[in-house]
Write a protein that binds this ligand. Structure first.
Ligand code: AMP
Length: 541
């Protein structure tokens, strides 16, 4: 027997309409690429989303299921795209601006984007590959200065596109299981893989991250969204802020620590998010140049890489600002866990409490996690037994977009995260290692396998094995160990960097190269990365 409750779709339109009714005067503030400050209300956001949705339909011919790309910083126009595109049943595909040209070209052709909305400052990155983009019919330029020109074909300026459109619309009824957004994630080998979010998963994820055990957000908060909108839908914050009525502040490209501090000061921000390297940078800058008056910032939510206990402790002791660790993946929308103390932790010493807060935390309702140990069985929650972390849940991927996904799932339907973890008796998960051969630097992935293949295509490199090494600023950096084909022929670091720059974005290129006699191998002849990491840790490389 069905319950006698209305079928009320959990969609992005539901969120947008709610904010227009409940929080029409709440603010969306943007620091635009040219340095100017822009401010409007959620009421105005609603009207402009209607104009955009009308333009997508009437001027660009976008219909249900079409892919619409965005290649843009965090700002109000990008938030409008987050609602306007899925609002008419199309898919908002946010393209990572930090990838190599090769990867960007692959992603756009693979997703079959029909139109791309691009920030004027980022246009040069697309100009290089535009002739190879097979499906893109039009480019919409955002934040173009007066007299702007580009070699991109078929361009329209954003304000010209939406300017004359009606600021009201009869939003179509959308099935909550329809796709609303898409984001590609790096593969260990091969090209990035697409994760297609649904309206329902987006809604449920946004409802969850606002809850007290997660971000604990409300309409009293002013939140700085440092996490780029081209990363996992900005962790769902542009949806969450409209549900809570929190004011939202967008920094676009102003991401240097001093710029972030200036925004924190001027906007009275009390909550923020971002990867650890951003908050480490902000902390170090504040130590060097302490703000004249105490910042309103109470809490920053961190994910993407591990937030260390020492950063949590230092930020809190020196400035009274609290770090909260969360864990997630592109495949999990992204947030799956967070680590906050509970009443039972009150009796612990401060140091012991920091240890708990430096774990990745407990799963949110709607997410299940388990560890599969080396024996193939579910590991006990004892805080000691390590194994692969696997997850299930209402906002966890069930398949990649147009890609064979079999290896990413267990037979009984759990998603294999590629993280190695423990879970303790209180349910706190802690990441200890990674099975996927990837390096995470400043929140962006680097494939060690892709680097190794490229290095081994060099005439004088016989073998190359790349590992992640810890880095204060970026969390991790790649270290390349090389076996030379001809030991008498020197290959310089500059030559190697130049060689790799043809295929890799600059942040992906290793700074350090070590020549060794032989790459250690496992019994089956694979590169033994564990052994290389051990040699590095013992100072033997
Ligand atoms: P992405 O899909 O790019 O968001 O990357 C997801 C991966 O980032 C996870 O599988 C982890 O390896 C890593 N990650 C995310 N959050 C954390 C965290 N709080 N601590 C350590 N690693 C993390």
């Amino acid at each position: 027997m069905n319950g006698l409750i209305m079928d009320y779709p959990l969609t992005t339109n539901t969120i947008l309409k709610y904010a227009n009714n409940a929080f029409p005067d709440k603010k969306l503030i943007s620091y635009l690429p040219d340095g100017s400050r822009h401010e409007y209300t959620y009421g105005k956001l609603y009207k402009r989303c209607c104009q955009l949705a009308n333009a997508l339909k009437n001027k660009l011919g976008i219909t249900k299921g079409d892919m619409v790309g965005t290649f843009a910083w965090n700002h109000y126009q990008h938030v409008e795209l987050y609602y306007g595109i899925p609002g008419i049943g199309a898919v908002c595909h946010t393209i990572n601006i930090r990838l190599s040209s090769q990867q960007t070209e692959f992603i756009i052709n693979h997703s079959e984007d029909k139109v791309i909305f691009v920030d004027a400052t980022l246009v040069p990155l697309l100009e290089k590959i535009a002739p190879k983009l097979e499906t893109v019919e039009k480019y919409i330029i955002i934040n173009a200065p007066k007299g702007y020109t580009t070699t991109l074909p078929n361009t329209i300026h954003y304000e010209d596109l939406i300017g004359e459109q009606l600021d009201a619309i009869e939003w179509p009824t959308i099935n909550e299981n329809d796709a609303s957004g898409m984001c590609y994630t790096s593969g260990t080998t091969g090209m990035p893989k697409g994760v297609l979010y649904s309206h329902r998963s987006t809604y449920l994820h946004a409802m969850t991250i606002l809850s007290p055990n997660a971000g604990n957000y409300s309409n009293n908060d002013i939140i700085l969204l440092v996490v780029p909108q081209f990363h996992v839908m900005a962790w769902g914050f542009p949806y969450m802020c409209l549900l809570t009525g929190s004011d939202m502040v967008m920094p676009s490209l102003h991401l240097r620590p001093d710029a972030i501090i200036r925004i924190l000061e001027s906007e009275n921000i009390n909550k923020a998010n971002g990867v650890p390297s951003i908050w480490r940078g902000v902390y170090e800058e504040m130590k060097k140049n302490p703000p004249k008056t105490k910042l309103a910032l109470e809490e920053y939510l961190v994910g993407g890489s591990a937030l260390s206990g020492s950063l949590i402790e230092n930020f809190e002791k020196d400035f009274g600002i609290k770090g909260v660790q969360a864990w997630g993946m592109t495949e999990t929308s992204p947030l799956g866990t967070a680590s906050r103390l509970q009443r039972k932790h009150e009796s612990l010493s401060y140091k012991e409490q920091i240890k708990v807060r430096a774990k990745q935390g407990i799963e949110f309702p709607g997410i299940e996690m388990r560890i599969i140990g080396d024996n193939g069985k579910v590991a006990p929650r004892d805080g000691k037994t390590m194994g692969e972390l696997q997850v299930k849940g209402a906002w966890v991927i069930k398949s990649y977009f147009k890609t064979n996904s079999r290896d990413s799932f267990t037979k009984d339907g759990w998603f294999r995260t590629g993280d190695v973890s423990t879970i303790d008796a209180n349910g706190y998960m802690e990441i200890t290692d990674r099975t996927k051969d990837l390096i995470k630097s400043g929140g962006e992935w680097i494939s060690s396998v892709a680097l190794e293949l490229a290095l081994m295509s060099h005439a004088n490199i016989k073998e190359a094995a790349v590992i992640a090494i810890p880095d204060e600023k970026w969390s991790e950096r790649p270290l390349a160990t090389l076996v030379l084909a001809d030991k008498n022929k020197h290959v310089s670091t500059e030559e190697l960097k130049e060689f790799l720059s043809k295929e890799f974005a600059s942040y992906q290129i290793p700074d350090n190269y070590v020549v060794i006699d032989e790459v250690p191998k496992t019994s089956v002849g694979k590169f033994d990365k564990k052994e290389i990491r051990r040699l590095y840790a013992e100072g033997k490389l």
